[in-house]
Design a protein around this ligand. Structure first.
Ligand SMILES: Nc1ncnc2c1ncn2[C@@H]1O[C@H](COP(=O)(O)OP(=O)(O)OP(=O)(O)O)[C@@H](O)[C@H]1O
Length: 282
């Protein structure tokens, strides 16, 4: 990897909200980092440190009233200054996002397969049966039972964990240049978590996708990350390659995070969080 491989370059990224007494509240403070082709970057930090806000900022989806400044350069072009139409062409296929609540990503009144194919068609996939066959293969790998049936069902008929895997499946089908995933496996059981993380590695290896993965788990970081960003109160207080960060964490906050998760298994978070009933609303 060299500097020419930088796909996404974040400079001075700041998000402010108007506060009660007229003072501005900074939710993100001058973030600077790069995502290179084929690199997995993990973003870690305590709850409320701004991890989700960072992901939202990268695709210009900050809450209403919030002001986003700085630069998010994709192949050198600043997304914050691109016309909406051009941004929309990049978002979705070239930059794919997986957020925590998968229900928000789907239209509740359209069967899963139909909306997945409609997405695929908008990116040039004309052959419906080839698309279904490929999606079914991907969904099987993600441990979705009866994938052909699931594609006929509506989102409300699937559990949250299944919807999340549908979205992850679509990301795998898409082979994006950049994948931004906010705690994508938290709600899933340990075996499935491992498989999904493995799939992320495969996308990276086979397509050179740059992945920004938000996680609470240093076990996941140790297993997947090339580079780590540590966020505290909206500021990146430390970033380093994964080996250096584990060997020589410089900031006391990073050391505290590492200590708190010392001995944690890769999938410890999901232990005991069994996936809910698949046919929630049937
Ligand atoms: N819609 C919103 N409007 C105003 N402030 C918000 C909004 N969403 C988040 N915040 C604030 O932004 C800050 C960062 O929140 P964010 O959700 O990014 O944290 P996080 O690190 O992702 O936390 P968690 O690990 O719990 O998901 C917090 O102070 C939060 O209160």
């Amino acid at each position: 990897m060299n500097d020419n491989d930088v796909l996404l370059q974040v400079k001075n990224l700041t998000v402010t909200l108007p506060g009660k007494s007229g003072q501005k509240v900074r939710l993100l403070n001058r973030l600077e980092f790069d995502l290179k082709a084929g690199q997995i970057v993990c973003l870690v930090g305590r709850s409320g440190s701004g991890k989700t806000m960072t992901a939202l900022s990268l695709v210009q989806e900050v809450p209403s009233g919030a002001v986003l400044t700085g630069e998010v350069r994709f192949h050198g072009e600043d997304l914050l200054r691109l016309p909406q139409e051009q941004r929309n062409l990049i978002r979705g296929k070239r930059i794919f996002t997986i957020f925590q609540n998968p229900m928000n990503s789907f239209n509740p009144s359209i069967p899963m397969g139909k909306q997945l194919f409609s997405y695929a068609r908008s990116y040039g996939q004309a052959d419906k049966s080839a698309f279904y066959a490929e999606m079914i293969r991907i969904l099987e790998k993600l441990n979705i039972s009866e994938p052909a049936l699931r594609l006929k069902q509506y989102p409300f008929q699937l559990s949250g964990g299944m919807l999340q895997r549908m979205l992850i499946g679509l990301a795998i089908w898409t082979r994006p240049e950049v994948l931004i995933a906010d705690e994508p496996t938290t709600a899933l059981d340990p075996g499935i978590q491992k498989e999904i993380l493995q799939q992320f590695r495969l996308i990276r290896d086979s397509c050179g996708t740059a992945i920004l993965l938000i996680t609470h788990h240093f076990g996941v970081v140790a297993e997947l990350a090339d580079h780590v960003l540590v966020l505290q109160d909206g500021t990146i207080i430390e970033q380093n390659d994964v080996f250096s960060l584990f060997d020589r964490p410089e900031h006391p906050y990073t050391r505290a995070l590492l200590q708190a998760s010392y001995g944690e298994e890769v999938v410890a978070d999901a232990a005991g969080s069994e996936e809910p009933d698949e046919n929630v609303s049937q």
